[in-house]
Design a protein around this ligand. Structure first.
Ligand code: SF4
Length: 159
């Protein structure tokens, strides 16, 4: 069987972003797809947020932030995302790697913007809620994000 890799669905060109757009990563769709079979996951769509949907962001304590609506703190999907992430990680415990979409409050593996409860920026110091739970549940899984795969050395390391 082909080697299986998880990937943020928007990187495969699926129009699942908040605005109905995608972030197709040609390296994945055109090159890696010849060697691997991808398991596409859009966590925000999967927890029922729909497309299009309100934007969400990381709010509060940078280590344990909430995942809330950018314009509506009463929209809080933190627990829903964590439950989905642990369930998915357990189902995907056979995969050989995961490519995450950078900067997303759900999928970003590092350097995701966090704001405090007053909405003031605390810097790009967060980890997406889905990505964090995925990496905690499957600590040995090789994980990369799209921006870093443009770096030829990181790319070769991952592959
Ligand atoms: Fe969905 Fe993650 Fe892509 Fe956002 S970054 S559209 S949550 S797959």
């Amino acid at each position: 069987a082909q080697i299986q890799i998880g990937i943020s669905a928007c990187l495969m060109g699926d129009e699942v972003r908040y605005d109905g757009g995608h972030k197709r990563l040609p390296f994945a769709t055109d090159e890696l797809s010849r060697h691997f079979s991808f398991i596409k996951v859009c966590p925000e769509q999967a927890i029922g947020m729909g497309v299009p949907r309100p934007t969400i962001r990381l709010v509060g304590d940078p280590i344990h932030p909430r995942l809330q609506g950018s314009n509506d703190p009463s929209l809080d999907v933190t627990e829903a995302m964590q439950v989905f992430a642990s369930d998915t990680a357990r189902q995907l415990n056979h995969i050989s790697g995961y490519i995450l979409c950078a900067k997303s409050p759900s999928c970003g593996m590092a350097r995701v913007p966090v704001v405090n409860d007053a909405g003031q920026g605390l810097g790009k110091i967060g980890v997406g809620i889905y990505a964090k739970k995925l990496m905690e549940t499957l600590p040995l899984l090789p994980v990369e994000e799209n921006g870093r795969l443009n770096d030829v050395h990181l790319r070769e390391n991952f592959v």
